[in-house]
Design a protein around this ligand. Sequence first.
Ligand SMILES: O=C(O)CCC(=O)C(=O)O
Length: 269
Amino acid sequence: MQSFVGDIERRDTFPSHEEFVREFMSVSRPVLFTRAMADWSAWSAWNLDWLERQHGSVLLKGKQLSVRDWIAKMKDALANGRIEYLSVPIEEIPGLAKDFSLPDYYRFELLRRTETWIGPAGTRTPLHCDYSENLFCQVIGRKRFQLYSPDAISALEPAIDYALYRDYVPEYIAHERNGRGDDLETILAHEPVKPRFDFVIEPGEVMYLPYGWFHRVSGLEFSWSISSRWVTPGMILRRLPSVVANTLKGEPARSVKKIREELTRSNAP
Ligand SMILES: O=C(O)CCC(=O)C(=O)O
């Protein structure tokens, strides 16, 4: 089990596909590319006023709000001590995708999903892991990340699926209350394992977050990010047996029951 906070590796720019696979993807090693956006128009153009001017009338389908109305809602929430965080597939705001370009490490466009994340200082995405590769691009503002390697899974297991466990895991419950969650230092002090990396991603940086790494994200300032996630056919095949086996065994219902029992026990007087 990892038990220290080390420095995440840093590189200037994106390597070739071959080098990326050899140095990072095949060995599951996170890395920060620090000068990856020099030629992106997103880097010079994007800000909240620009978004409202250029794309204000676009309808955000999931929210049933226009971009303009969502911005007003986010500002209003903030004035009332709540956090309104936007996370949508990039296609929901047509026109954004042409403002940046990422190397085609993904290979199969059909197996890629790109999202954009916009929110004020104080956003929190609780601990979870995704079974996909991720190039996480920090266009505006700074975010603090804690990363835990996949071998921390036995200690962090309830955090695997936010959608499933949001009603049972204390960190998720606190987050659902107001979008901010509990105090970060208190969470870190009580966590069964220490993060492998705990660092701040700066505007202009792109992080490679490998498949299966747990992460928690805190927005330190108004922030606008992009995550480009992808899977390979090999990953789908590798995960298939455990998904089928868990489904046949009655997971995830069994895990939810187990967690509920544990929480009830630990909350007992
Ligand atoms: O930026 C965030 O708040 C969350 C990002 C994240 O969890 C991801 O890209 O997988």
